[in-house]
Design a protein around this ligand. Structure first.
Ligand SMILES: C[S@@+](CC[C@H](N)C(=O)[O-])C[C@H]1O[C@@H](n2cnc3c(N)ncnc32)[C@H](O)[C@@H]1O
Length: 270
């Protein structure tokens, strides 16, 4: 699909100038995922490109952080001429204190013993942990405790997101500020969803996001599962398997080239 996105033109608010974002360094400086080159969201972006005029509903991102993928999604929709919106849910202050025992790294070993993950996955988890421990100083927080603690990803703010959105001139992004267990239990919009980006790492966050989005997701809609294959966050996969067990859903892995990290998504079948 890459040839479709040759460049991206934007009206820079205030200056009434046209700017072009096309080079990798420009995306990097702005902190935006470069959807013009291959990357971890390929399957999702291709799905949106192929289906935006066929499947009703907006796009939800559960886990925005500094807006890298959120803003890229807004840009893609503009590029496609779509009037769909992107709803970004986050505390904009890092993980809320919702750590669950299923987020502990040791769950990967249990998942392996129960054949829920394969040899390749557990080897990668172990190697990642060994290398992390070898490279970090003793006074730093050990991976096992630090990786999923509340406050991680707190180096962001809703102000930063608003400035970025204004800078690139997007009017199709809605920020929903707060912990999911508060915002997703009361949010009315969007009433219909075409695609979900699940990038919120933790067991409880995944379940909250599934409970909010699944009833609103159109048949044929996609959920990108950023942590279904993770080396750090077992809770995303555990929550996904629990949630979709009794749903009409199809789990799929994106096509891999040698050396690629596994990427997974679910399609709602009814
Ligand atoms: C990995 S980051 C998201 C990365 C982002 N999609 C990107 O492209 O850079 C995870 C985000 O999920 C948010 N998050 C996780 N659980 C949450 C919850 N229960 N409520 C609100 N925000 C949550 C964190 O605040 C963090 O910003």
């Amino acid at each position: 699909m890459r040839h479709v996105f040759e460049f991206y033109n934007l009206i820079l608010n205030g200056f009434k100038a046209v700017i072009t974002i096309q080079d990798d360094w420009e995306f990097n400086v702005l902190g935006i995922y470069n959807f013009l080159k291959p990357g971890r969201f390929d399957a999702l972006f291709k799905f949106i490109q192929d289906n935006h005029s066929k499947i009703p509903g907006d796009i939800v991102e559960a886990g925005v952080y500094r807006g890298s993928s959120l803003i890229a999604l807004g840009m893609l929709l503009k590029q496609l001429g779509s009037d769909k919106k992107v709803y970004g849910f986050d505390s904009f202050a890092g993980f809320p204190p919702i750590y669950h025992p299923k987020d502990a790294l040791s769950n990967f070993e249990r998942m392996y013993e129960a054949s829920l993950i394969d040899d390749h996955h557990i080897m990668a988890v172990r190697k990642n942990r060994q290398w992390w421990e070898a490279l970090h100083m003793e006074h730093e927080v050990p991976l096992t405790e630090g990786i999923s603690s509340s406050g991680a990803f707190s180096d962001t703010s809703i102000g930063l997101l608003k400035r970025k959105i204004e800078l690139v001139g997007l009017d199709n992004i809605i920020l929903v500020d707060g912990p999911f267990n508060e915002t997703m239990t009361v949010a009315v919009e969007p009433t219909k969803i075409m695609a979900v980006v699940m990038d919120c790492d933790l067991y409880r966050s995944y379940l909250d996001a599934f409970e909010f989005t699944w009833p609103r997701l159109s048949t044929g809609g996609m959920i990108h599962l950023d942590e279904y294959y993770s080396l750090k966050f077992p809770g995303g996969r555990l929550a996904t398997d629990e949630f979709i067990r009794d749903k009409r859903a199809r789990l799929e892995m994106a096509t891999l080239k040698p050396g690629d990290f596994q990427r997974w998504y679910a399609i709602k079948e009814g």
